[in-house]
Design a protein around this ligand. Structure first.
Ligand SMILES: [Zn+2]
Ligand SMILES: [Zn+2]
Length: 289
C-alpha cells in the first residue's frame, strides 16, 4: 500500500483538513506555516485553522490568544500562501450549557469563516482519570455516556455551530473500561444526537484523531456516520484535529472513506445559506481497505 492510500497515516491529495490547532492553542506548538508547507507538499488543498477558545477561566484557552491576534495571524498566512493552499480562519469553541450565553455573545461579536462546537472533558467531569473507573462501575452504559451526550445534544440544539467536533470524544476517556465495541453495540444511544444534527442542519465532523488514540477509530465511527446519513443527515466534514506537525492530515483518508461509504458525495462544513462544500475524491469510493 502506498503512502497516498494508507488510511492510517498522514494522508495526501485531499481537498480539506477541517480541524487544526496551531501555537495559538495552549496545547499545540505548531506554527501555521508548518501546516501550510505540509499541505503544499502533501496536496491538501484547504486548511481550517481551528484554535481553541474556552469559556471557563480555569482553562488556558480562556485567554491564551486574543481574537485579533488569531485573526491577524491566520489572515496573514492565508495571504502568504495564496495560490498554493487555502486557509480558513476557524475556531473550536468548547461548549458547556452553563456558558452558552457567553458562546453566543462571542460568535455574534467575532466573525469566523467556520465555527466548530465541541464538548471536552473538564475538571468537573466524571470522566477524568481519578473518577472514571468508579463512575463506569456504578452505572449502566446509558448512564455512563449521558453526561457527555446530553451536553453534545445541547451544543447541537443551541444552533450556534457550523459543525459539531468529535461527537463521541468521550470514547477516549472511557477506554479501556468501556470500549468502542461496547458503544457500537448500543447505537441507540447516538440517535438523539444524530436526530438533533439533522433537525438543526448542523454538520457532523468525522474527527480522525481517534485513529491515533486508544479508541483506534474515528469520532464517531463509520457506522454512526452511516446512521446519520440514513436519518437524513446531509452535512459531514472531516478533520485530523492535529496538535503536532506529524499529526497533520493523519487518518484523513479513512475519514473520507467513511463519508463516501455512508453515501456522501461531498463535505459540507458551513451551515445555512453560506454552506461551503468540497467534493470527495473518487478513490474514497473504492472498496479496498
Ligand atoms: Zn476538541
Ligand atoms: Zn481540536
Amino acid at each position: 500500500m502506498t503512502a497516498a492510500t494508507d488510511p492510517i497515516g498522514q494522508s495526501r491529495d485531499l481537498p480539506l483538513d477541517g480541524h487544526l490547532h496551531t501555537n495559538l492553542s495552549p496545547d499545540s506548538d505548531v506554527p501555521i506555516d508548518v501546516y501550510a508547507a505540509q499541505a503544499v507538499e502533501r496536496g491538501i488543498a484547504e486548511l481550517a485553522i481551528t484554535d481553541h477558545v474556552d469559556f471557563d477561566p480555569r482553562y488556558p484557552a480562556y485567554d491564551y490568544a486574543d481574537f485579533a491576534t488569531r485573526e491577524r495571524t491566520v489572515r496573514e498566512a492565508a495571504e502568504r500562501w495564496a495560490g498554493q493552499v487555502s486557509i480558513l480562519f476557524g475556531v473550536e469553541l468548547t461548549y458547556e450549557r452553563r456558558h452558552e450565553d457567553a458562546v453566543r455573545e462571542h460568535l455574534h461579536s467575532h466573525a469566523y469563516d467556520y465555527a466548530i462546537g465541541s464538548v471536552h472533558v473538564g475538571l468537573d467531569s466524571p470522566y477524568v482519570a481519578a473518577r472514571v473507573a468508579a463512575f463506569v462501575a456504578g452505572n449502566t452504559l446509558a448512564e455512563v455516556v449521558r453526561p457527555y451526550f446530553d451536553e453534545v445534544e445541547a451544543a447541537i440544539r443551541s444552533g450556534l455551530f457550523d459543525t459539531i467536533g468529535h461527537l463521541d470524544f468521550v470514547k477516549r476517556y472511557l477506554y479501556p473500561h468501556i470500549t468502542p465495541g461496547d458503544l457500537a453495540a448500543a447505537p441507540e444511544l447516538y440517535e438523539p444526537l444524530l436526530r438533533a444534527l439533522v433537525e438543526t442542519g448542523t454538520a457532523l465532523e468525522i474527527n480522525t484523531s481517534g485513529l491515533r488514540q486508544a479508541a483506534s477509530e474515528t469520532y464517531p465511527s463509520p457506522a454512526i456516520v452511516a446512521r446519520y446519513r440514513a436519518l437524513g443527515g446531509r452535512r459531514v466534514t472531516a478533520g485530523s484535529d492535529a496538535h503536532r506537525a506529524d499529526w497533520f492530515a493523519f487518518g484523513l483518508e479513512e475519514g473520507y472513506r467513511a463519508a463516501a461509504r455512508a453515501g456522501f458525495e461531498r463535505l459540507t462544513f458551513r451551515r445555512g445559506a453560506e454552506a461551503a462544500t468540497v467534493d470527495l475524491p473518487a478513490r474514497a469510493y473504492e472498496q479496498r481497505g
